[in-house]
Design a protein around this ligand. Structure first.
Ligand code: G
Ligand code: G
Ligand code: NA
Ligand code: MN
Length: 256
């Protein structure tokens, strides 16, 4: 397909690049870490989002290569920042279903950590509930547990959009729940039914000892609502857009 071609071309031309969007501690307003979001940065200056190569994530071989490029870039950026005394906090990489079926994930991460002389304890992974449920079994649970032992935190991405129900939550070996932006959007409407869902998810996460990240925060009202209900972290245009690596140091230094 066209998307598969575009993805292979981007891999060959080394134009797969992470952009970084900060995750903010809603109580202190400080940057706790970043989500690495895939972008295709062509030589002519165009920047494309992952939706342009959506179908390529279903091709196992290409999907693993895309994750590998993201890992390589993220570890290189981390090494560069640390070399000049910048501590960016935690960095999360998004995984595809194929990452749980291909070469061992923990070994792959360890290889990148060794190649760049970095540890793994500041690296997080994000997995959508659809991917996790589709793959869930003793083997994937074991892989996630192994990663968590190495200091990698596991986030359940896009929570609320797939098939996962609240009852599934206790079965997932995850540290963090990311509440999908479709739920955050509805806070502004002051619709008690819409916010009831968010309230319940936050309550459940707290009882299960999981952290929570609200995605797609665009207004101060949303940030205040979520903070008041104990949501740990927030992400969204209200705080910052996904930034190229070169803009991360300034975003950190301009913190109040
Ligand atoms: O940044 P943006 O809104 O364009 O991201 C769109 C979607 O693509 C998000 O759901 C995000 O989780 C996903 N995504 C971003 N980067 C990656 C990546 O490196 N790998 C995978 N598998 N998905 C990604
Ligand atoms: O799929 P995932 O949820 O990981 O990716 C989040 C997507 O949402 C990315 O494409 C990112 O660029 C985008 N995004 C980030 N912050 C906001 C926001 O405040 N509003 C909207 N509408 N999209 C956002
Ligand atoms: Na994500
Ligand atoms: Mn998400």
């Amino acid at each position: 397909s066209q998307m598969l071609f575009l993805a292979r071309q981007a891999l060959e031309q080394d134009s797969i690049v992470p952009f970084y969007q900060p995750k903010i501690d809603l109580r202190t307003g400080r940057v706790m870490g970043w989500e690495a979001l895939l972008r295709i940065c062509s030589a002519d200056g165009t920047i494309l989002p992952p939706s342009e190569i959506q179908a390529a994530f279903s091709d196992s071989e290409v999907a693993v290569r895309l994750t590998e490029r993201m890992f390589a870039r993220v570890f290189a950026d981390l090494a560069n920042w640390r070399a000049v005394g910048i501590d960016p906090g935690r960095i999360a990489v998004n995984l595809s279903a194929a990452d749980f079926r291909g070469p061992d994930l923990a070994s792959r991460l360890q290889a990148h950590a060794e190649a760049t002389e970095q540890g793994l304890s500041a690296i997080d992974i994000e997995v959508t509930e659809t991917v996790l449920i589709g793959q869930l079994g003793p083997e994937v649970s074991r892989m996630l547990q192994e990663l968590r032992k190495m200091g990698v935190m596991v986030a359940l991405d896009d929570f609320g959009t797939g098939y996962a129900s609240l009852t599934h939550l206790q079965e997932f070996p995850v540290d963090v729940i990311k509440i999908d932006k479709s739920f955050i959007e509805r806070i502004d409407e002051n619709n008690p039914k819409a916010t009831a869902v968010i309230d319940a998810v936050l309550e459940m996460a707290m009882r299960l000892g999981m952290q929570t990240v609200a995605e797609g925060i665009e207004t101060m009202e949303q940030a205040r609502y979520l903070r008041a209900r104990g949501c740990t972290m927030g992400q969204g245009y209200f705080f910052d857009r996904p930034l190229p690596a070169c803009e991360v140091p300034r975003a950190l230094s301009s913190e109040t």
